[in-house]
Design a protein around this ligand. Structure first.
Ligand code: UDP
Ligand code: MG
Length: 313
């Protein structure tokens, strides 16, 4: 098989040498397959692009694309998938947290007929526990509230047949949430478990805020259920308010002296304005998404590449 491996890189100068060694070893262990390494430099500000040019110079299996600025990992993966042209296309992180040796196991799965071999991390032991809790909550919520199922610990680390890549590329949305897209397209998937490891060098590009943003993005991308839920909740609450008003009118008419009621009033106002703000916010999120989709801007801009029209061998 012809195999293209996509590696999104953002400031990975420290990790790249380790990764390249591992990739070479992988290619050596798989002489039956012809491999290419497709690095996508996501607007790195360190020497990543310089290293990629060097690697491409001495190794003709190395291809690279370089963005004009940082567009994010989703854009980098998309650019890689568009540039890939192989029977099987893989995606892996540059920091060795997705062990390249595992690609061999994935190849075996594809040889045996699977369409997708995807990695699932079993233990997030290198993650701080607050992050772990957040991730668990995310999977629980999004599996409950959206139409696609994402197995817990699912990653972007995977190997896919060409038809799967074509299906993914046929999804034109601006907000790309790969975990959701991968699961939405379906196909015959084999899950490969691996334990989590520390990144080999360099620093993670994620912080609390970006992880939170990612989780929100993911849930909004694949579901409008939160919107309908809000409508239902709003309806029920208004009904309660109506019944309560009715109750007050009746008791007053029948001569029952009502309490001053100031606390009730305040708490009701707070409660309702809370709900209102929440619904408006939620609606705003969807509208913002429509706005961005409608503009249909390119996902990324390529500043430099050594990709030509010539493909595998
Ligand atoms: N990455 C990228 N663009 C970004 C952020 C990250 O291409 O804006 C790449 C990064 O170089 C790495 C992968 O995405 O290859 C995963 O990033 P990282 O290791 O920082 O994430 P973590 O493993 O901590 O979730
Ligand atoms: Mg990492």
């Amino acid at each position: 098989m012809r195999v293209d491996l996509i590696i999104p890189c953002y400031n990975e100068e420290e990790a790249l040498p380790f990764l390249y060694d591992a990739l070479q070893e992988l290619a050596q262990n798989e002489p039956a397959h012809s491999m290419r390494f497709l690095f996508v430099d996501d607007g790195s500000s360190d020497r990543t692009l310089f290293l990629l040019r060097e690697l491409a110079e001495k190794d003709e299996r190395v291809r690279y694309l370089s963005f004009s600025r940082n567009f994010g990992k989703e854009a980098a993966m998309l650019a890689g998938l568009r540039a890939a042209d192989a029977d099987a296309t893989g995606i892996l992180d540059a920091d060795m947290q997705h062990p390249p040796a595992l690609v061999s196991t994935m190849l075996r799965a594809l040889e045996q007929g699977a369409d997708i071999a995807a990695a699932r991390r079993t233990l997030r032991k290198s993650q701080p526990s607050l992050y772990r809790l957040g991730a668990e909550l995310f999977y629980k919520l999004s599996n409950r509230f959206s139409d696609v199922h994402m197995p817990e610990g699912a990653q972007d680390f995977r190997l896919m047949r060409k038809k799967v890549v074509d299906a993914i590329l046929a999804m034109p949305e601006y907000h790309r949430f790969s975990k959701g897209i991968f699961s939405w397209v379906g196909f015959d998937t084999v899950w490969i478990e691996h334990t989590d490891t520390e990144r080999v060098a360099g620093k993670t590009k994620w912080n609390f805020f970006s992880s939170f943003q990612y989780a929100i993005d993911g849930m909004l991308s694949f579901s409008t259920k939160p919107l309908s839920m809000m409508v239902l909740v709003g309806l029920i609450i208004s009904l309660i308010g109506f019944l309560y008003a009715l109750y007050v009118v009746i008791t007053t008419l029948s001569g029952v002296e009502s309490a001053p009621g100031f606390p009730t009033l305040v708490s009701l106002i707070l409660f309702f304005s809370g709900i209102t703000i929440l619904s408006i916010g939620l609606m705003g999120l969807y509208v913002a998404r429509i706005y961005l989709e409608v503009k249909a801007r390119p996902h990324y801009l390529i500043a430099e590449t050594n990709l030509q029209e010539t493909h595998h061998g």
